[in-house]
Design a protein around this ligand. Structure first.
Ligand SMILES: O=P(O)(O)OC[C@H]1O[C@](O)(CO)[C@@H](O)[C@@H]1O
Length: 616
């Protein structure tokens, strides 16, 4: 490792050093210097009613075709020159981000050994100020397969105002960049689309490419299966949660309230719940859909505590996403009022006095620490600083008050309720990335180069078939405008669009398989304490290639935990006899699990014995 960049070899830990030697895998189409580019259909947007608005906002980059990258053959055309490329960490640090830079560097050097890759130091601020570091093998050495974004650092996740866009363009021109790779989540990629459009309009040659890197897992749509970092962050947090579960059951006296990162969507919380089986998960999407008030959420938790106390259990683990606070209708309305006052430049100290009467009453009801946190300056997307709001402490505080009340009223006869609060957030972002994230990011880095070489701008690098081994991954590029939608106040013909078209975070699909699985298991999670210990991330040997549970579930029919499946099959055999009809078998399985999983269980390869029960 180079002493000038990163930790000198002699100071790096053995695992750190060993991870730096891991060579990420590439699908066959990326193993040469060039690729064959196949153009598919022209795109519209994922929001059909917003297509017109997107087309108007992005006249030069809307409607571009989907692109697939394949292994080169004789039909490959002349290759374009790529000499200078820039890369910027625009979004928040997410494990694997360094490998995007590494993958881009390697692909670029194979494509054109004379080329230069510039990394912008200090994120978007570095891009605006043209502060660069030339990325070389030496520079990369101690950052390969390592967590964090410390190779280049990051700043504000915004390339939006006309001043910022024109500063970015000036840098692209000054460095004569053929391409600019923007690494980040929904906000960064929306900005990438805007920058691409502007550069085309201004005849600037730089091609703008977005790469989906975000621990939140909310940049998910028909083109993007998951984001870099989500897998690692869920694995790290799931391990911590399972440790806390075992601590809880050992002493039997505390309720652990754990808040997880992920911003508005609850993907991290859902994945961690499926991995570690805590007692409760309060998802923002569920609360928003049912319009649960703060006190209804509290009562729901207290009912769970009470049901467990009736079984003699006075401990438990509850997960919440950091976005929960914004999903509670009255809290959302309060946050919106504060946001408007912020946007009107009302001094923070005066905001409480300018709230509407009902918002002021709610604000006063909240504990002082929450009031202070709600008033913090906003994020670049105008939302509250969710990572800074201790929602888990607010819930623990209100649950305790409600349990005391129930005790006084004689409705609760269990032991005194005690809580311990955690925020599992920042500690996971610097984690060593899983093999999946190392490979995925490295592949996306390669794809970015081929996108620039193909002259694509306003596109995102994508990989499909991620649930399969790397050699089956499908490398592609999708126009950023195709992922955009327009927010509306109301649904239907009278709907009023709000704001510009953008890539919005995808919430949990409450009709999806992952959520359905959680619902099926919810009452067992609440009462049985079947805590699951996924353990630390495996880098070698069995388990090292494990994929996020949700990716597997969403992408193919749910196979279930192997143990769970065996259990079903054993039970089936006690209910029906060999040679029974398919309908009898189906009915027997349906009596145990939801109908949607019946056929999957019946056709699972594990089910070697079911042919005995075969049917037509
Ligand atoms: O590093 P910062 O600026 O505090 O950002 C925190 C935010 O970034 C994320 O980690 C990723 O978007 C969020 O979950 C969190 O709210």
């Amino acid at each position: 490792m180079n002493a000038d960049y990163g930790v000198p070899t002699e100071l790096a830990g053995p695992l750190q050093q060993r991870r730096a030697l891991y060579q990420p895998r590439l699908p066959p189409c990326l193993q040469g210097a060039t690729v064959r580019v196949e153009y598919d259909d022209a795109t519209t947007t994922i929001d059909p009613t917003g297509a017109h608005a997107v087309a108007q906002a992005f006249p030069r980059t809307y409607g571009q075709r989907l692109v697939t990258f394949l292994s080169p053959d004789d039909t490959a055309g002349a290759v374009k020159a790529v000499n200078e490329v820039g890369v910027v960490f625009s979004g928040r640090q997410s494990p694997g981000g360094h490998n995007v830079v590494w993958g881009l560097h390697d692909a670029l050097k194979v494509y054109n050994p004379q080329s230069i890759l510039y990394g912008f130091i200090g994120g978007t601020e570095g891009l605006f100020a043209n502060k660069t570091l030339e990325i070389t093998n030496d520079v990369l050495a101690s950052y390969k397969n390592q967590g964090g974004f410390d190779l280049l650092g990051r700043s504000i996740d915004q390339i939006r105002s006309s001043k910022q866009v024109s500063a970015a363009m000036t840098t692209c021109q000054d460095l004569n960049l053929d391409g600019l790779v923007i690494v980040g989540g929904v906000t960064s990629n929306s900005d990438a689309a805007q920058l691409a459009e502007t550069l085309v309009q201004k005849n600037c040659k730089t091609k703008v490419v977005g790469v989906p890197v975000s621990l939140n897992g909310d940049l998910k749509n028909q083109f993007v299966e998951t984001t870099v970092g989500f897998d690692t962050v869920c694995k790290v947090n799931s391990q911590l949660i399972s440790n806390v579960c075992l601590d809880a059951i050992s002493a039997g006296k505390y309720y652990y309230f754990v808040r997880l990162m992920g911003r508005k969507a609850s993907h991290v919380a859902l994945e961690c719940a499926l991995q570690s089986h805590p007692n409760m998960l309060i998802m923002g999407e569920e609360v928003a859909l049912s319009k649960l008030t703060l006190m209804e959420v509290i009562n729901k938790i207290c009912d769970g505590v009470q049901a467990r106390a009736e079984l003699g259990k006075h401990h438990g683990v509850l997960l919440i996403p950091e976005g929960l606070i914004e999903s509670i209708p009255e809290m959302y309305a309060l946050i919106q009022e504060i946001s408007i006052l912020h946007n009107n430049n009302v001094p923070v100290t005066e905001i409480p006095t300018q709230l509407s009467p009902w918002a002021a009453a709610l604000f006063q009801f909240l504990p002082p620490f929450i009031r202070r946190e709600l008033l913090l300056h906003q994020e670049s997307d105008n939302s509250a600083q969710l990572s800074q709001i201790d929602t888990e402490q607010l819930l623990a505080h209100l649950v305790e008050a409600e349990m005391i009340k129930r005790t006084k009223e004689g409705r609760y006869k269990g032991k005194k309720f005690s809580s311990v609060c955690h925020f599992f957030g920042y500690q996971a972002r610097g984690s060593l990335p899983s093999n999946f994230d190392c490979d995925y990011a490295y592949v996306l880095g390669h794809i970015s180069l081929h996108m620039i070489a193909a002259g694509l701008t306003g596109y995102m690098a994508t990989v499909a078939n991620l649930k399969d081994p790397v050699h089956k991954w499908r490398c592609a590029a999708a126009p950023l405008t195709a992922m955009m939608s327009v927010r509306r106040h109301l649904r239907g013909p009278g709907a009023i669009p709000i704001g510009k078209p953008a890539i919005h975070p995808s919430p949990i699909d409450l009709k999806g398989k992952a959520y359905e699985l959680l619902r099926e298991k919810a009452s067992s999670f609440l009462l049985d304490d079947f805590y699951r210990t996924p353990g630390g991330i495996q880098f070698e040997g069995p388990g090292s290639d494990a994929k996020p549970i949700t990716l597997t579930i969403e992408d193919q029919d749910y196979m279930g935990d192997i143990e769970m499946l065996k259990l079903y099959l054993d039970k089936v055999k006690t209910i029906v006899k060999p040679g029974c009809s398919r309908d009898t078998l189906k009915a027997a399985i349906s009596s145990m699990i939801s109908v949607t999983h019946v056929l999957t269980v019946m056709s699972h390869p594990l089910n070697a014995e079911l042919p005995l029960y075969h049917f037509n």
